[in-house]
Structure formats: C-alpha cells, structure tokens
Design a binder for this molecule. Structure first.
Ligand code: MBD
Ligand code: FE
Length: 283
C-alpha cells in the first residue's frame, strides 16, 4: 500500500475498511440468503432505481457518470463507508423493531474486533500526549428487569480529538482509543478516555465527491462507539453523542437518537464525567 492510500484524508480509510470488512465473520454469516429473498429485495431495489430514472428523466451522460462513480467506489474501497453512512441506519431501524432496552444505532465501518481486554476501572489505550478533553464514562449494565448483568463487557472504539480512527489512519498507533472493558460482578464500569472530535467523511474519495456534488455536508457529530454484551443477553451495538455538539441535528449517517446523547459535566479540573447505564434484553 502506498502512503496516499492509507492516509487519513484520502480514500485510504475506505480501502482499509474494505480489507477489514472482508476478513470479518459478519460477511460469512450473510452468505446463505434464500433465492426468494434475493428476488424480492433486489427486484424492489431495481424497481426503485427504474422509478427514479423515469421520474427525473435521467439522461445518458448522467447514467454514465453514475456508472463511473460506482466503479470508483469499488476501486477506492469505499463500499463499507458509503453503505454504512447512507443505508445502514434503515437496516438498524428494522432490527430495532424487535429489540428492547438501550437504543442501538449503526456499527459503521471502523469496528475492529480483538482489542485489548481491560478490567474496569480502565483507561482506553492512548498516546502519552493524546489531546482532547479527558472524559470519565461510567455506568452499569442491567437486564430489562433492572437486575445487574454480571460478566458484562463494553467493546469501545472512537475517533481521536482530530477525528481519526486507529487502524484507518497510518499516523495512529494500533489499538489507539479502542478497548474491550470487562465490567465488575454487578455490571458496573468506569472508563477513562478523551472526548472525540466530529468525524468528516474524506472529501477526496468517491463518497465525499458525491456528497460535495449533491451540496450536502460530510460530517458526523462526535461519538463513542460501543458494543455492550453480557452472557445470556442480546448484545447491543450503539453510539453515544454529546449534548450541544456540532452536527447532532444533521448527521450525514442519520444515526443519532435523542436517547443516545450524553451531557458530561466538567469536574472543575478540565475533566468531564458522565454516567450512562445500559439495559440488555435476555436471550
Ligand atoms: C464513522 O465514524 C461512522 O461511525 C460511520 C457510521 C460512518 C462513517 C464514519
Ligand atoms: Fe464512528
């Protein structure tokens, strides 16, 4: 890989996301889709495309431009980025119809399994000179009846104070601001980290070019990513946002829910603290 391909500003983050996705078991699980489902869903997607062409009288130059763009999304490795930004929120919405407890939201393209296991109280791995407001994030994992969930784990990842994710930006150490935090016997956890910056879709890749061409903005509000799990419980994939943060009302990925907005309180020493409890369904 050249440096350009893996630089955080270029489509390199997209290419890394494609590599990462194709090596996860998530993809294996999706192989066996019955033909009736493929027929019904793909037909509906194509019907939607045909309807858009008719409604907007799409021309040959526009069709060819779309074809060139689709090719570039693949070549730039940006399918995970594009699909997670513009499509995943609806898949999550459908799944959420059958899930109780803490609200979930999209996984996004930057999850990396197998991070360092840390015991609560824990500090996420970070650089010695990591910038950003220090944040203490604490709470308890419980079931829907309010009972503590022993053996709970919080798999957490986030951008740094410049909006970059480790594993997808070459200047960051592996595992930076990622960790699997093991809660105590009553599901309680306390995690020290820093407050992330908003995330900007790389403007020089095909996804960013499309966003620019349409006159949209490329921003997600600052967020923490979490997968919260406990033995005997259904895991929840979610994100937590920050009250008053920029782009909260216009997330390009449409993944903000009001229940997921934190309001950390300054502790008088430059550190902020916030409590958030998670509620998991039993299996
Ligand atoms: C992100 O950080 C993210 O969380 C999503 C969903 C899409 C792009 C970048
Ligand atoms: Fe993210």
């Amino acid at each position: 890989m050249t440096d350009t391909q893996h630089s955080p500003t270029a489509a390199g983050s997209g290419a890394s996301a494609t590599e990462s996705f194709l090596t996860t078991e998530m993809y294996e699980a999706a192989r066996q889709v019955p033909p009736e489902r493929v027929d019904a869903v793909v037909r509906a997607v194509l019907d939607g495309v045909h309807a858009a062409i008719r409604e907007h009288k799409v021309t040959y130059p526009e069709f060819q431009a779309a074809k060139a763009w689709l090719i570039q999304v693949g070549e730039g490795g940006e399918w995970p980025l594009f699909l997670d930004v513009f499509v995943e929120h609806v898949v999550e919405e459908v799944q959420a119809e059958t899930q109780q407890g803490t609200k979930g939201t999209i996984l996004g393209p930057y999850y990396l399994p197998g991070q360092k296991r840390l015991t609560s109280p824990a500090t996420l791995p970070m650089r010695e000179d990591e910038t950003g407001r220090p944040l203490v994030f604490a709470g308890q994992v419980r079931d829907v009846d309010g009972n503590p969930a022993p053996g709970a784990e919080i798999d957490m990842w986030q951008a740094d104070a410049d909006g970059y994710y480790s594993g997808f930006a070459p200047h960051l150490p592996e595992g930076n601001l990622r960790g699997l935090v093991v809660a105590d016997d009553e599901g309680r956890f306390e995690i020290r980290t820093i407050q992330p910056a908003p995330y900007q879709i790389p403007t020089d890749g095909p996804t960013g070019k499309l966003i620019g061409a349409a006159g949209w903005h490329p921003w997600r509000p600052a967020h923490l990513h979490l997968i919260v799990s406990a033995p005997g419980h259904r895991a929840i994939t979610t994100q937590l946002y920050f009250r008053g943060g920029e782009w909260l009302d216009s997330d390009v990925a449409s993944a903000v829910k009001p229940e997921l907005v934190l309001d950390p309180q300054d502790q008088g020493d430059g550190t902020a603290r916030v409590e958030y409890d998670f509620v998991l369904e039993r299996d």
